[in-house]
Write a protein that binds this ligand. Structure first.
Ligand SMILES: Cc1ncc(C[n+]2csc(CCOP(=O)(O)OP(=O)(O)O)c2C)c(N)n1
Ligand SMILES: [Mg+2]
Length: 804
């Protein structure tokens, strides 16, 4: 390990030290009280930062406005120390207070320990991120903070090295911002951790990772987690040889040593900030005084000796000893301070609880009032039952919002035929709270801002006699060229994206034109490519993060699902990351190059837009829409379409394709065929063959799966044809089932059907290799012909006699 001489103990004032100590005590009290609240049934679950207070105080000292945190559930003390979490907010989150004012990180949507700051104003526009200390929004899966952390740090590199970004004065000053990561020791066992560490080392970005090492991951000790039982030892190969050399600065420090911690962060942060050298600080010998969480006690798996050691080396106890030894305070002073900290935490808890419960009680009292009114006025023979319901509700001392709703709904069932004012009042109450609860629990799945892609006006492509006919990849190339030229925030990263301009060459020549920072090769690391996109987008940039093939999206799907897709939702509009994930898929060759796992994508990426353009012109139009808006999206290009001929529209940088609007590719009277992507060409071919036998198909390209047919164009078509067939390349029950649910259930197209609705998908296995493998694995024109013909035969056997 590279050694440097520790600085002489930081010159901290006595007041600063005591302020830190007070905060440590308050935070500890919050943890202790929090656990009790869970056991009293006032909160559902508790996981706290006790035992990790002191290193967080040291880290917070060197965290500046403009910096970003990407961390995990133990960081309450840090969040308090940077002024982004009050004790009251801590308890509001514990109680799941569903209100942005009370609980700004997640508005009650995430369990305790999920921190984050509001990067957006109420209109969904960026705040000035240089004036605030920022935290990206935490998620529960261990180590999932790491891919995003790479992106947060990478943004500093772009801001420093790309002079065209200097105008982004609300986001960066010369890329001086550090991305601080925190992670538990056991979570470093995850693949994502190693991928992220390697990526940041390659990129040489200002990422400072602190490992809070308490020797365990729930019950499993370090020797089961980490080679040699020690993460900094195994990472020592990443250590740079000296200044100016590539690699990391890796440091070790005891988690109970306040002075040592301050020294380490004082030394490490400037290395990271000024030199853009990634740093790993291994903070050892931490403890967990209350065990992992409220789900169990650590006496089950820690030895007596270990428990005794944890008590002895409790970081707050050690800090206290250090304060006394250095005579910064007397024991009496500290006793007083500790009592005050306890009282502050207790009061914060009471305030948070009263705020939380009083709102709910207000709803409950209103419901009770209307129920009582009903009891006194109704002529119903069921008045006794209704009265019982009202009494039951009154007995709920610690109510949930649903208690009153359940009661009112039950009561209304007994007065179905009654027409009274009292009944009307109850229904009105129900409607009002339904609206409020939809806002509390179901809103902000996608952007609600003026920059929503759904608000981007459609601009049709314009063609003239001189519009060139080219290989379709060149249409995309022209679109990306225009985008990179227009907007310096836009950049593209991915495997083979830089030098050769991606495996299908849509970016060919663009690295030469715009430089390595705009069109950039990455290592083979799909998960952190996605994370790099998320983190940079969180800092105001506009990444196109490429996953080389749709089949390899699975490596990134977890992070896209857990982190990106739910970002707006889990912060209730407090954060956004408008990343474009670009990939290519559907038909080509074999098990891992023709996948179309659309069901996986649709189920896991709600919160993103999922676009499946049939050709590169449509793809370019979608990109143009996305470049002008603020939601994340996945664009799946058709792998077998790059060499087909298309014309470059004259307004290649400006035309837009609206999201959620299918296109009718061929009109017909007899049956509606619904598909998307590469399948469009096949379905058109089948429709042409069917035409020869007098069957007129209407072919619809969905092209945007999320959002899906917002104007119900497909149902309009079914109103005319009365028959429908959905087809794609996914397995049965995947993308076709989704489309069918949307059309028959949501759009209520079942009303217009005269024949059984059908789906044709690929077989229930991965597609086999080569042309025959493709033909027998995926839907082909003959399959579609036969299925459509069969439907028509069933409807009119005279006109369409059986073929086989
Ligand atoms: C992907 C994933 N697997 C499992 C869990 C359940 N889990 C939550 S915390 C935890 C232990 C983490 O230990 P460590 O990283 O050392 O952090 P500590 O809690 O000890 O501070 C586990 C297994 C999870 N949240 N995410
Ligand atoms: Mg641990």
């Amino acid at each position: 390990m590279y050694k440097f001489e520790l600085l002489k103990t930081q010159k901290l004032s006595k007041e600063e030290i005591l302020r830190d100590y007070r905060l440590a005590c308050e935070s500890r009290q919050a943890s202790l009280i929090g656990r009790k609240e869970v056991f009293m049934g006032k909160a559902k679950f508790g996981i706290f930062g006790d035992g990790k207070e002191v290193p967080q105080l040291a880290m917070a000292r060197y965290f500046r406005a403009g910096d970003f945190r990407s961390g995990y559930y133990r960081d309450q003390t840090f969040m308090m120390a940077i002024g982004e979490l009050t004790l009251q907010q801590f308890f509001a989150q514990l109680y799941a207070h569903a209100d942005v004012e009370a609980e700004p990180a997640t508005a009650g949507r995430c369990m305790t320990g999920h921190f984050g700051t509001r990067l957006l104003d109420e209109d969904g526009k960026w705040k000035n991120l240089l004036q605030t200390k920022n935290s990206s929004a935490d998620i529960s899966p261990t180590a999932s903070q790491m891919p995003r952390l790479v992106g947060l740090a990478y943004a500093s590199k772009l801001y420093r090295e790309n002079p065209e970004l200097k105008y982004m004065t609300d986001f960066s000053v010369n890329g001086n911002e550090v991305a601080f990561g925190t992670i538990g020791n056991a979570s470093t066992s995850e693949g994502m951790f190693f991928e992220a560490i390697n990526a940041a080392g390659v990129l040489q970005i200002p990422m400072l990772v602190s490992v809070w090492d308490d020797g365990y991951g729930i019950s499993v000790p370090s020797e089961y987690q980490t080679t040699k039982g020690n993460i900094s030892d195994v990472l020592s190969g990443f250590q740079r040889e000296g200044e100016g050399q590539p690699g990391y600065e890796i440091l070790k420090v005891k988690g109970w040593d306040y002075a040592g911690l301050c020294e380490v962060y004082a030394k490490a942060v400037p290395i990271c900030r000024e030199g853009h050298v990634p740093v790993l600080i291994h903070v050892e010998e931490l403890t967990q005084p209350q065990g992992h969480s409220t789900s169990g006690s650590h006496e089950r798996y820690k030895s007596k000796e270990r428990l005794a050691w944890e008590e002895e080396f409790d970081c707050i106890k050690k800090m206290r000893e250090w304060i006394l030894a250095n005579e910064y305070a007397t024991s009496d002073m500290l006793n007083k301070l500790e009592a005050e900290a306890k009282e502050s935490a207790r009061q914060a808890k009471n305030n948070a609880w009263n705020d939380y419960i009083s709102e709910i009680k207000k709803d409950q009292e209103e419901a009770q009032h209307y129920l009582d009114k009903l009891v006194s006025q109704t002529a119903s023979e069921n008045v006794g039952r209704i009265s019982e319901i009202a009494t039951e509700l009154r007995k709920t001392i610690v109510p949930n919002r649903y208690d009153a709703i359940k009661a009112v709904k039950k009561a209304l069932r007994f007065i179905r035929t009654e027409k009274s004012l009292a009944k009307r009042d109850l229904i009105n109450w129900l409607e009002r709270v339904a609206g409020e609860n939809a806002d509390r629990y179901n809103s902000y799945v996608i952007s609600q801002s003026e920059e929503s892609p759904l608000l981007v006006p459609e601009v049709k492509p314009v063609y003239s006699e001189t519009s060139p006919l080219v290989d379709a990849r060149e249409v995309l190339g022209a679109c990306f060229d225009a985008a990179l030229g227009r907007d310096p925030r836009i950049f593209a990263i991915g495997e083979d994206v830089g030098k050769i301009g991606d495996v299908n060459q849509a970016f060919a020549g663009l690295q030469d034109k715009y430089g390595e920072l705009r069109v950039t090769d990455t290592g083979i690391r799909e998960c952190t490519i996605a994370g790099q996109g998320i983190g940079t987008a969180l800092r105001g940039l506009r990444p196109i993060a490429e996953i080389q093939y749709l089949d390899y999206l699975l490596y990134a799907i977890q992070i896209l699902s857990d982190d990106l897709a739910c970002l707006q939702y889990r912060t209730k509009g407090g954060q956004k990351a408008p990343v474009i994930i670009r990939t290519r898929g559907h038909r080509l060759e074999g098990v891992w190059h023709s996948g179309s796992p659309i069901g996986v994508v649709l189920s896991s990426l709600r919160g993103m837009h999922v676009l499946v353009p049939r050709d590169m012109t449509q793809a370019a139009g979608f990109y143009n829409t996305l470049f002008r808006s603020d939601d994340p999206a996945l664009v799946i290009e058709s792998l077998n379409g790059y060499r087909l001929k298309e014309r470059i529209p004259d307004n290649i940088g400006d035309f837009t394709v609206p999201l959620g609007v299918p296109e009718i590719l061929k009109e017909g009277q007899d049956i509606t065929l619904v598909t998307y992507g590469s399948m469009c060409r096949l379905v058109l071919e089948a429709a042409r063959q069917l035409e020869e036998f007098g069957i007129r198909c209407e072919v619809i390209d969905v092209q945007s799966l999320l959002p899906f047919d917002i104007n119900h164009i497909i149902t309009d078509s079914i109103k005319k044809t009365h028959r429908v067939l959905f087809t794609d390349e996914d397995v049965p029950g995947g993308g076709t089932a989704f489309m069918m649910q949307k059309v028959l259930d949501e759009q209520e197209a079942y009303r217009w059907l005269d024949s059984q609705p059908r789906t044709i998908s690929a077989h229930e296995h991965r597609p086999s290799y080569s042309s025959d493998g493709d033909y027998f694995s995926k839907p082909n024109a003959e399959d579609i012909f036969d299925a459509v013909y069969e439907i028509m035969h069933e409807a009119d056997p005279g006109k369409y006699p059986s073929i086989y």
